[in-house]
Ligand binder design. Structure first.
Ligand SMILES: [Mg+2]
Length: 401
């Protein structure tokens, strides 16, 4: 079997209202949808974060992918996703991941088995997900804004009630820390038995983090995620705040970061992401390394549509020591590009797909609809920071406070 065609389609699917984080905001989830077609007519699906550089990277890889055996992803990894190139030219892991998802999708279709069976088999059928709480700008119709503790709690109650989430994640690093502490304390009062995690996306200095860690001492946080920038900063916070588990997907973002993470004892919980780590197999290996290091395994979300969401569920199904609910922006999406519309939430999470391959198919009408939108939005806002009207005044300096 050989790959005979690769198609790359940028899409933008709007979220309910623009989501804010420490370095910008997004009014839509921008992704590249990858279709890999074999000479036997099978089509595998992949997806990764959008952007001109990643799209170009995928397109310039196509001559190396055409003619390749979709079962030999290791050879492809060294051709188009080599670790040295990933280190020197950042987005390679993401683009290779999209190709690898598609190849695994093809392998699963050929074998008649779900992708998680190709990764070692699933140890769970249901993946708990989070209520992902962001400050938000208003929509064009003037609704949907979240800019204070009361609105944050209202939104949290609504999604927890609607979906049954048992873990709440507060995206901090947007407003001055004192206002955010007020929101965190209000969330804890409202949800005394939920797991509560906080992610300021490195917006706080070490000294600010230390001060806030004392204020949050009785909050029983599940963890504090990347409060400050870099391994050294995280290591200093971890040494000074033993009562607060620290998590990361920024200070630690590639396989190369694992050794210094361990040496510096910088992180208690690592958020694995198959896009950041160069595919599902590499992410599975990271999970195994974390087992050996006795660092907790969690799952990161950068904003996935149905293809990547399915990939995340397959990965989560076969990470044995995943003890935290998986991150997902998914409940903020207004639509999806897969057949049947959005994946269903069940009991505060999602069921692991059990059909052959990734278990999702493209809705071509939706693909074209959101491709049109991507072409409109991304000519104005290629990066998230340009989507944030207030960002004109605000440089994404980290730490900010
Ligand atoms: Mg994070």
């Amino acid at each position: 079997m050989k790959i005979r065609d690769v198609r790359v389609t940028p899409v933008s699917v709007p979220v309910q209202a623009p989501l804010r984080y420490s370095t910008g905001s997004d009014s839509a989830i921008h992704r590249l949808v990858v279709e890999v077609e074999t000479d036997q007519g099978l089509v595998g699906l992949g997806e990764c974060n959008a952007g001109v550089a990643r799209e170009a990277r995928l397109r310039e890889s196509i001559p190396l992918i055409i003619g390749a055996d979709p079962f030999n992803t290791e050879r492809l990894r060294w051709q188009i996703g080599a670790p040295a190139e990933a280190k020197l030219f950042g987005s390679v892991n993401h683009t290779f991941a999209a190709i690898e998802f598609a190849c695994l999708d093809i392998q699963g279709q050929v074998a008649g088995r779900p992708v998680h069976d190709l990764l070692g088999g699933r140890v769970r059928d249901h993946i708990p997900l989070i209520a992902y709480l962001f400050y938000r700008y208003a929509n064009q119709d003037g609704t949907g804004a979240i800019d204070n503790a009361e609105a944050m709690v209202d939104f949290a109650q609504q999604v927890v009630h609607q979906y049954g989430f048992e873990t709440v994640k507060f995206k901090a690093g947007v407003l001055p820390p004192e206002q955010e502490v007020e929101a965190i304390l209000a969330l804890r009062r409202t949800f005394p038995h939920h797991r509560l995690r906080v992610d300021p996306n490195a917006a706080w200095s070490v000294s600010t983090t230390l001060r806030l860690a004392h204020k949050l001492r009785d909050c029983d946080l599940e963890y504090l995620e990347d409060p400050t920038w870099g391994l050294r900063g995280m290591s200093r916070v971890n040494a000074k705040c033993p009562w607060l588990p620290l998590a990361s997907n920024m200070a630690v973002a590639t396989s190369e970061d694992l050794a210094p993470m361990a040496c510096l004892d910088a992180v208690d919980v690592l958020l694995v992401d198959p896009h950041f780590y160069g595919g599902l197999r590499q992410a599975r290996y990271v999970g195994a390394a974390l087992e050996l290091l006795n660092v907790d395994v969690a799952l990161h979300s950068q904003g996935e549509l149905g293809i990547s969401m399915a990939a995340q569920l397959h990965l989560a199904a076969c990470l044995p020591t995943l003890t935290h609910a998986a991150d997902a922006h998914y409940h903020h999406l207004t639509d999806d590009i897969i057949e049947g519309g959005k994946l269903a939430h069940i009991r505060g999470g999602m069921q692991v797909p059990t059909g052959p391959g990734l278990g999702v198919k493209l809705d071509r009408d939706k693909l074209m609809k959101y491709h049109e939108l991507a072409r409109k939005i991304q000519t104005v806002a290629q990066t998230s920071i340009l989507g944030d009207a207030s960002a004109v005044e605000h440089l994404p300096i980290l730490p900010r406070w």
